[in-house]
Write a protein that binds this ligand. Sequence first.
Ligand code: TMP
Length: 201
Amino acid sequence: IEGCGKPTQVERLAKRLAKEGHETLTLREPGGTPIGEAIRDVVKFPPGHNPISPDTELLLMNASRAQLIQQAIRPALTNGAVVLCDRFYDSSLAYQGHGRGLDLVKVQKAIDLAIDGTKPNLTLLLDIPLSVSQARVSDRHQSTGEGQDQFDQAGDAFFERVHAGFHVLAKGEPERYRVIDGTQSPEAVAEVVWDCVEPLL
Ligand code: TMP
């Protein structure tokens, strides 16, 4: 969830992989391509403050994902690179499925259309309680002056469902998921992240 330290950890991991001689591509979702970044702006800050329907949100997230997979992820994998992605399709299941309440089968269908079989080897869930998430997000807004996006305004009950949803996903696929305590220092989290990633290299 928001404020768990994903960008920091992705950056640290990318640096460590590069130091160890691995070609690495770092991406984020929604975004990661010019088309995806334009979609990111629309889903985070819907034009004219129009409420975005949950179905539209689901399709836009997966449109960004389809573009990312075709334009960036598959070519990088073909070239033997390690691909690190800040969020992936689990966020659609957690946010649009568990959070917005869309049927999980429908969400999975949209994901399947976007990914067409491209799946991660490993998914790291940086776990923080909701109270820590809220405090970190509010600090970030104060220090950067960054405005709230439409997810930041979704309310506690929404984020409780998203948080619980991620845990359901992690329990359902223990071989793909590792759950990491994201309340530790960034250095300590980075060490656990490395311990999870290294055996796969
Ligand atoms: P973030 O990358 O700064 O966390 O912002 C992305 C926002 O988009 C975040 O609130 C989670 C949300 N999101 C979804 O709702 N569904 C998705 O599939 C993805 C990738 C992100």
